[in-house]
Design a protein around this ligand. Structure first.
Ligand code: ZN
Length: 313
């Protein structure tokens, strides 16, 4: 058996206006733009990656911002919330910060002993801050949010499903244990310190999710190169139909549509976002994998401008 999975590697969602998307995740949430590239399956669209200082696994939220994307509807068959981990002492700071920025935020609530602040990004993507005393110090970016309060990375994701049983069995084979449940929500936890929580909500009466701006495209889990082939075998044993291993330049990936409808990815920690850029200049220029570099002129002409304040401004 391959080694247990420590947690989420990255989460990719669909957005609309790329400049608005970048401003929200870097200026309001204080994440770093660690990679500015294109969707390798549709090079007319950016692929923007936000994360901690180095874009560590477990911190990177990524977007395909289609400027004309129609709004989607979060619902069954999707990841319907993405939760970021903050220190327990940072709740008031974030409530003030989100209110000052005019963010669509709900009142804090308790969930399994933690304070949770639900809010939405400018496209309506459901996000949460989960406050915990054991949030790791991490490697926060130098940005507008003081390091004491900074987002550490992911706490985890919530998947909304018509029936949770088969996804629960898959998560257990990945090293997640069911640790709690309440109402329609079942909590599964892995051993890592970021992105370790996956909640399954059983919602047999829907509503069914519809892809579009403000919805999650896929959830990627951290694996190692050594274990990649074995994870494919595990997925096949679960009756799923994984892709071959695909080189995504900064990680290698296997994708599978799970029984409940959510697209899972198994992405390697290696080689990471510094494979083609220096740590200090991550995200400053459009980078393309070498197999797209000879199309750079044609690709750049099609992309909308994306100007961001430099780090620290
Ligand atoms: Zn991905």
């Amino acid at each position: 058996m391959p080694a247990d999975i420590p947690g989420v590697h990255h989460v990719t969602a669909i957005g609309s206006d790329p400049a608005r998307n970048a401003a929200f995740y870097t200026e309001t949430l204080g994440l770093r733009l660690v990679k500015r590239s294109v969707n390798q399956d549709d090079v007319s669209v950016y692929h923007l990656f936000y994360g901690d200082h180095s874009g560590s696994p477990g911190t990177s939220m990524t977007f395909f911002p289609y400027p004309d994307a129609a709004p989607g509807r979060p619902g069954t068959g999707q990841a319907t919330a993405v939760a970021f981990l903050i220190p327990a002492s940072a709740v008031d700071y974030w409530l003030d910060r989100l209110a000052d920025a005019g963010v669509d935020v709900d009142a804090p609530r308790e969930r399994f002993g933690d304070t949770v602040v639900p809010f939405r990004d400018p496209d309506g993507l459901p996000l949460e801050l989960v406050a915990r005393a054991d949030a790791p110090a991490g490697d926060p970016p130098a940005g507008p949010v003081p390091a004491d309060h900074a987002i550490r990375g992911f706490h985890g994701v919530t998947l909304s499903l018509v029936d949770t049983d088969r996804t629960a069995t898959l998560l257990e084979s990945m090293g997640f244990d069911e640790t709690a449940s309440a109402g329609d929500r079942r909590r599964f936890e892995a051993e890592g310190d970021l992105g370790y929580a996956v909640d399954l909500r059983e919602l047999p009466d829907g509503p069914q999710g519809r892809p579009g701006a403000g919805t999650v495209h896929h959830v990627a889990f951290q694996v190692t190169r050594e274990d990649h082939a074995e994870w494919r075998d595990v997925l096949i044993d679960h009756g799923l139909r994984p892709t071959e291993v695909i080189d995504r330049k900064w990680f290698e990936s296997v994708y599978t549509r799970t029984t409940g409808g959510v697209l899972f990815e198994y992405a390697t920690k290696e080689p990471g976002y510094t494979a083609d850029e220096d740590l200090e200049s991550l995200g400053e220029r459009l980078v393309l994998p070498e197999w797209l570099e000879d199309r750079r002129d044609e690709i750049e002409v099609e992309l909308p401008p994306l100007d961001l304040p430099a780090a620290g401004e």
